[in-house]
Design a protein around this ligand. Structure first.
Ligand code: NAP
Length: 286
């Protein structure tokens, strides 16, 4: 049996937990909505813990992937009573660098360590175990966590101290905002020109303007299908983090700000659970 515990079995977390189980590393899972934990534990033949602290008592490596900043801190607080000295907590959620630093301080006080290891690659990457992980934290903690990281990610890049993984992820989320704007606007242009959209996507994906988002979400967005994927409400949360970071250094992030405003309108229409490609709703010809 493995030695890794996993907390947060959402779209990303459940897929990552499955890959940890496939690698023989997963021992126990916990999820706030407990039926998700029980059914995944049954499927993967691992334990479902009664609480985060019960999970922590059993594992030296604990990975988590939950929604937002307060959720990460809530989970860390709930882990603390059971945490073992020398344990390493790997956080795959996308949150602010400050939250990562706060989590690290809480864990250092009980003799454990923290790595911020946000991921890129979408739900497809999580299912395939080919995520890209950008990691902040000590080399010693990274060495202990390496097998668990390798089970979920094919690219693992140490960036620097705790918080630097999340700072890098913030840069990634600014890129995602620009790519979402560009792909939605370009495909709406193609639709307005009356072109065969499947053919347009086919050829452009192979050229210099080709990109992951066009390839994975282009065909669905032009059909009005916006199943996540990556929930718009989560990218909205990320862009708020990016804009707060940019404000501190007085750097304008125009595309990120525009995307945040567009998402705000979609969220007001009750669409926060749709994929970020739902931005196409605003771009397509009337
Ligand atoms: P999701 O499907 O909505 O799952 C969220 C998970 O977090 C659920 O298991 C949820 O538990 C748990 N959770 C939320 N608040 C909690 C709390 N206070 N205490 C304990 N558990 C809590 O989201 P996701 O798409 O997997 O994304 C998870 C994280 O990965 C986010 O930070 C996101 O930005 C990041 N991310 C997502 C993608 C993507 O493509 N989806 C890619 C890279 C990074 P319940 O089941 O009880 O609700």
């Amino acid at each position: 049996m493995g030695s890794v515990g996993f907390i947060g079995l959402g779209v990303m977390g459940a897929a990552m937990a499955r890959n940890l189980a496939k690698a023989g590393l997963l021992q126990v899972v916990w999820n706030r909505t407990s039926n998700k934990a029980h059914s995944l534990a049954e499927e993967l033949k691992v334990k479902a813990a009664a609480s985060p602290s019960e999970l922590a008592k059993e594992c030296q490596i604990i990975a988590l992937c939950v929604s937002a900043d307060p959720d990460v801190l809530e989970v860390i607080d709930a882990l603390l009573p059971g945490i073992q000295p020398g344990a390493v907590v790997i956080d795959h959620s996308t949150v602010s660098p400050q939250t990562a630093k706060l989590a690290a301080v809480k864990l250092i006080q009980v003799g454990a360590e923290f790595l911020d290891a946000p991921v890129s690659g979408g739900v497809e990457g999580a299912r395939a175990g080919t995520l890209v992980a950008m990691v902040g934290g000590s080399q010693e903690a990274l060495a202990k966590a390496k097998p668990a990281l390798e089970a979920v990610a094919s690219t693992i890049v140490p960036i620097g101290p705790v918080g630097s993984g999340q700072a890098t992820k913030a840069v990634n989320q600014v890129l995602c905002a620009g790519i979402n704007q560009a792909v939605c606007e370009a495909l709406a242009f193609a639709e307005a020109l009356g072109l065969d959209l499947d053919q347009v996507i086919e050829v452009l994906t192979r050229g210099a303007a080709g990109n992951w988002f066009l390839e994975k979400r282009g065909r669905t967005m032009v059909r009005g299908q916006f199943q996540p994927g990556f929930k718009l409400g989560l990218h909205y949360k990320d862009l708020k983090i990016c804009l707060a970071m940019a404000e501190q250094i007085a750097l304008p992030l125009q595309l990120a700000a525009q995307t945040l405003g567009d998402y705000e309108q979609l969220i007001a229409q009750g669409l926060s659970e749709e994929d970020i490609s739902a931005l196409y709703r605003f771009k397509r010809p009337a």
